[in-house]
Design a protein around this ligand. Structure first.
Ligand code: NAP
Length: 290
């Protein structure tokens, strides 16, 4: 039996892939209603993370942040209290490497194996099984997990020991946050110069400076539909903050990322935390048009 805890934007789609592939699945989510569609398709509901651990040999977690992972992992009804010796816990949440290392250590004390396996790619790739996994942990455990990861992802990259998967993910998301910020500013600025939004986005995306992610994100900016998030402001802000904290302990300044991070922090402060992070465009455009 496979366990899945955290049925949010990403978890619902990833667990859905496992279920569609015929894997027996037991699920739990803090808010039960979000798991109802999966239960309707045959997933079994468990009342607590502990109950998932008791029933599954391999458990995935896909949770918001380090605090959410701790809330699920520890305590009387926590996952670590339910997992059987020899089982495998695969955490796909984006958290900081030091946290992954600590989870791996606490799991090992219970004879539970641990992989940090965060993903690159958003809702589209999650639905199509085209995520990229950055995995930290033992090579043997990665090989055991590979068939399941391959149902959800197109590329399974083993980055090294525990913590190296989440390290790669934080590095990746620094560029993600900066890329979308640069695009948002460029489009808002172009419009302030009198350029047509659709035409200027076309020129940017046809040119050599546009990252592949922008081919997806352009639609949010074109439609102005930011309330239905693929990736929330709070999530990118969290990722860049975790990177900043990790950088502090490594005496690395991250001057560019920290400036961009503050922009997402500002959006959150202004009540836009649940919006898609491309809403930075909306924020910058309003300012530039005063
Ligand atoms: P989401 O929709 O907000 O899902 C977050 C999940 O965490 C939900 O299941 C939520 O439960 C749970 N959770 C939050 N706080 C909790 C707590 N204190 N105790 C127990 N459960 C808690 O976010 P998401 O976009 O799926 O992101 C999940 C992870 O994937 C994050 O680490 C994010 O950075 C990463 N990620 C996201 C994307 C993307 O494009 N969306 C891409 C790559 C990686 P409730 O349903 O009860 O709130």
């Amino acid at each position: 039996m496979i366990g899945f805890i955290g049925i949010g934007i990403m978890g619902s789609r990833m667990a859905g892939r496992l279920l569609a592939a015929g894997k027996p699945l037991v699920v739990h989510n803090r808010t039960k209603e979000k798991a109802d569609p999966l239960i309707g398709k045959g997933a079994k509901w468990a009342d607590s993370p502990r109950a998932v651990g008791e029933q599954a040999d391999i458990v995935f977690t896909m949770l918001a942040d380090p605090e959410a992972v701790d809330a699920v992992a520890y305590g009387e009804n926590g996952l670590l209290n339910g997992l059987n010796p020899g089982s495998l816990w695969i955490d796909s949440s984006t958290i900081n490497p030091a946290h992954s290392v600590r989870l791996a250590k606490d799991a090992a004390e219970k004879n539970v194996r641990f992989l940090d396996a965060p993903v690159a790619g958003s809702t589209g790739p999650a639905e199509k099984g085209e995520l990229i996994f950055f995995v930290g942990g033992s090579a043997k455990d990665v090989e055991e997990a590979r068939p399941l990861l391959s149902i959800m992802g197109k590329d399974i990259q083993h980055k090294g020991a525990n913590g190296q998967g989440t390290a790669m993910k934080l590095v990746n998301n620094l560029m993600l946050g900066q890329t979308v910020a640069a695009f948002s500013e460029a489009v808002a600025f172009g419009e302030s110069l009198g350029l047509d939004k659709k035409g200027l986005i076309h020129s940017l995306l046809e040119g050599p400076t546009a990252a592949p992610i922008l081919h997806f994100k352009q639609h949010k900016v074109l439609d102005g539909d930011f309330e239905k998030a693929d990736f929330k402001v709070v999530s990118i802000y969290k990722d860049m903050e975790l990177a900043a904290e990790e950088a502090y302990t490594h005496n690395f300044a991250l001057p560019i990322s920290n400036t961009v991070k503050s922009l997402y922090g500002l959006l959150k402060q202004k009540g836009m935390g649940e919006y898609d992070f491309a809403s930075l465009y909306k924020f910058l455009k309003n300012d530039s048009n005063r």
